[in-house]
Design a protein around this ligand. Structure first.
Ligand code: ATR
Length: 264
């Protein structure tokens, strides 16, 4: 039986096994999908197991998305440009690193019907997922991407990785049509210490976090008359794209899937 994995640290929270195992069963594929918590020095051995095909393929989550790169043979263009790999595929003897977070974000926004072409976007945070979000936003032809992070140096590093990113001082909020919380603030119900009261209405407040389903950032956005959306669909669509890379077809994303992940 083929074996797939998600590797990360911590990994307990990961809903990837639940989602992939659901799709495997739904499509009568004889395979399993597990999660493993790894230490940094264990990454290489696990990845070599894919080369030996003891493991058929794997997803990579925080904090290993960049650290796996030296152990791979090839990168997709998206993985190369973002220096972020979340899916490893074995193809013709090569280990290939892909980034499906980009398409996950892109498709999630597409379903919202909030056209971002020529719109201004503010990203709060500079963690591992931000390069993927920027890549997708550029594909959507937004007019302006600003980034602000508590530790400015990290935002500066991301700015230097792309063209035309505006760096904004922590605490200052530029004008925007969409604001994205890409920090870890909200996972434990802490709130972001930024004042949104003057941003206006009908903007899109997007949180990469989906558990809890409504962070204080989203609550505040809605209270001020804006639209709020969490990262659940992004999560589902990045998984769908990984499934496609491994199994050659896209599994169904329907209400049942959204329900399946609701109570976690
Ligand atoms: P990843 O592991 O995905 O790279 P991370 O590096 O833990 O994520 O990044 C988490 C993000 O949340 C960072 O932008 C971090 O800001 P710093 O770079 O200043 O650490 C942000 N973050 C976490 N706790 C925060 C807090 N209390 N206030 C403001 N930002 C915070």
């Amino acid at each position: 039986m083929k074996k797939y994995l998600v590797i990360g640290n911590p990994i307990n929270h990961s809903l990837s096994p639940k989602l992939h195992n659901y799709w495997l069963k739904q499509n009568n594929i004889n395979a399993t999908y597990d999660k493993i918590k790894l230490e940094e020095n264990e990454i290489e051995t696990t990845i070599q197991d894919i080369k030996k095909q003891k493991i058929a393929g794997c997803n990579v989550t925080v904090p290993f998305k960049k650290m796996v790169i030296p152990f791979l043979d090839k990168l997709s263009l998206e993985a190369e440009q973002t220096q972020s790999v979340n899916t490893i595929l074995f193809n013709n003897g090569d280990l290939i690193g892909h980034n499906t977070d980009i398409e996950g974000f892109y498709k999630a926004i597409e379903t919202l019907r909030f056209p971002l072409k020529n719109k201004k976007v503010l990203i709060i945070g500079a963690g591992g997922v931000v390069p993927s979000i920027i890549f997708a936003l550029k594909k959507m032809h937004v007019s302006e991407i600003s980034i602000t992070n508590r530790t400015e140096k990290k935002a500066e590093d991301i700015k230097n990785q792309f063209n035309n990113i505006i760096l904004t001082k922590w605490g200052d909020l530029p004008e925007f049509d969409m604001v994205i919380n890409a920090t870890s603030l909200g996972l434990n119900n802490e709130s972001i210490k930024l004042n949104f009261s003057k941003v206006g209405k009908n903007k899109l407040f997007y949180d990469v976090i989906y558990n809890p389903s409504e962070t204080s950032f989203l609550k505040e956005g809605k209270r001020l008359g804006n639209i709020g959306e969490n990262g659940k669909l992004m999560f589902i669509y990045q998984a769908m794209e990984a499934f496609y890379l491994w199994h050659g077809f896209k599994p169904k994303v329907d209400n049942e899937i959204i329900e399946l992940l609701r109570n976690d």
